[in-house]
Design a protein around this ligand. Structure first.
Ligand SMILES: [Fe+2]
Length: 243
């Protein structure tokens, strides 16, 4: 099964181009590329909005997605409003105390979609995640979440804008007998991090990418990134494409 993952769209009001980037056109170009890639589904990794959740922006995004011949799933980012996302994308039934999280089998592979829009999981979401991980023991688990759950040697983001509960996440994964693949965004870089039974695939943005080493944010490039993930009987493979 081929999954396309795009993240950090940072779409603003019509006519507004953050950092001079036509983020709406980038998104449309991405969708055009997907017609070549032909995934079985698309996952949107959050930060659909540039600064804060806006129903008009979600509506525009949903209008474009309606033309795709395959389903799409969405998780919120720190620049999104989970309730607005759930309303716009028809996922209100997956809202739990204003957090949007759910599980699906993707071609038999247990797949969890988390809500890290606050930079952390609520106690209720932790309980849900722990129960799922316990029930899924020995499986290969796929997790989509906006934030990389552990540090990734991207200096600025690790120091100033990282997931708040890295230790808890690592403890949960370490204590499980699952192989966990996390597909995430937020850092605006392409990176693979492997630690114990955790593999983290950080996915570049469709907006801008940043340099990994500087202590302050420095733009690396403006290429639009799209991650392809293939779940097959002989393993999980992943590629990043740039437009
Ligand atoms: Fe983000």
């Amino acid at each position: 099964m081929r999954i396309a993952f795009i993240t950090d769209l940072h779409i603003d009001a019509a006519g507004v181009n953050p950092k001079g980037v036509d983020v709406r056109q980038n998104f449309l170009n991405t969708l055009a590329f997907l017609s070549e890639l032909k995934p079985a589904c698309l996952v949107l990794g959050g930060d659909i909005c540039n600064t804060a959740g806006d129903p008009a922006i979600y509506e525009w995004v949903c209008q474009q997605l309606a033309q795709l011949p395959f389903p799409h799933y969405v998780i919120p980012g720190n620049h999104d409003d989970s309730v607005m996302v759930a309303e716009a994308f028809g996922r209100k039934h997956n809202l739990h105390d204003n957090e949007l999280y759910f599980a699906l089998p993707l071609e038999g592979r247990p797949t969890l979609f988390l809500d890290t829009s606050k930079g952390e999981l609520s106690p209720q979401q932790w309980n849900w995640l722990r129960e799922y991980m316990a029930a899924l023991r020995d499986n290969n688990v796929l997790i989509f979440m906006h934030h990389p759950p552990i540090p990734a040697d991207v200096t600025y983001m690790d120091a100033h804008d990282s997931f708040h509960q890295s230790e808890e996440f690592l403890d949960l994964v370490k204590g499980s007998s699952c192989h966990v693949t996390v597909v995430c965004g937020h850092y605006h870089v392409e990176k693979v991090v492997q630690r114990g039974n955790l593999m983290m695939l950080i996915t570049p943005s469709t907006f801008v990418q940043i340099k990994h080493d500087p202590a302050e944010i420095e733009i690396d490039n403006y290429y639009v990134g799209i991650r392809e993930i293939n779940l097959t009987t002989h393993g999980t493979t992943s590629t990043v494409h740039y437009l």
